[in-house]
Design a binder for this molecule. Structure first.
Ligand code: ADE
Length: 223
């Protein structure tokens, strides 16, 4: 899968150089390319923002550099183009799965007070938010999107990791995990996990998932 990131701050994406994402890029399961929006500005000073028509505080990202960066990243509009914004569709596991099936995804990161609405209306397919709070820009949100997509791509997680039951499968939270020692500071591992009875362990884990979801995220059960 290819992800093209359009940003004024490509250097904010250093988190991709580590761990599973690094491996995904090295294995070529994931290809990430960056387009610095400033490089596409036709302004002599490489300006990318301007005053808001109608007045008010804050600057707005100009359409021209963003449009040209979009055309460079995705000529002929073949990719899914996503703008990261608090107004967007809230990211969840099922949206991440949908995105992970694309061959080319474009992530546009905004800054200042926002982006000229004409870009969103005419050249963007989808707005995605990572939660109900406002970040200073879309870069951290894009990294969250990239991270949760990358681990869904074939060949990125090992068999053991990917076969694992995980939170949000079937709208349930994941059961708790324990490792050695059997007793830590007087706290024991649940007896059933030491029993070697796989049937019983499976049942216990399913029950724990149900209990945890009911207690911590009853909203998931309603979905
Ligand atoms: N940009 C600013 N806030 C954001 C959020 N919550 N999600 C995605 N992009 C954003």
């Amino acid at each position: 899968m290819k992800i093209s990131v359009l940003t004024l701050f490509p250097e904010m994406f250093d988190s991709l150089k580590h761990s599973i994402l690094k491996r995904a890029i090295e294995n070529k399961a994931l290809q990430i390319e960056f387009y610095n929006i400033r490089d596409y500005s036709k302004d002599p000073h490489k300006k990318c923002d301007d005053y808001s028509f109608g007045g008010g505080e804050g600057m707005v990202m100009m359409p021209q550099p963003v449009y040209d960066a979009l055309e460079a990243a995705d000529p002929g509009h073949k990719a899914r183009r996503v703008y990261l914004s608090p107004k967007g569709h809230r990211l969840n596991q099922s949206l991440a799965k949908d995105l992970s099936r694309l061959s080319h995804l474009v992530l546009l990161c905004g800054h200042y007070e926002g982006l000229d609405q004409r870009i969103i209306d005419h050249y963007i397919d989808q707005e995605i938010s990572i939660g109900d709070y406002v970040l200073t820009g879309g870069e951290l949100a894009a990294q969250v999107v990239i991270d949760c997509i990358a681990r869904l791509l074939p060949g990125v997680l090992g068999n053991e990791e990917s076969a694992m039951f995980e939170s949000f499968e079937n709208n349930m939270l994941e059961y708790p995990h324990y490792t050695r020692p059997r007793e830590f500071m007087g706290h024991s591992v649940p007896e059933v996990l030491l029993s070697g009875n796989h049937q019983k362990i499976k049942k216990w884990r399913e029950a724990q998932s149900r209990l945890l979801t009911k207690k911590l995220r009853p909203d998931l059960l309603k979905e």
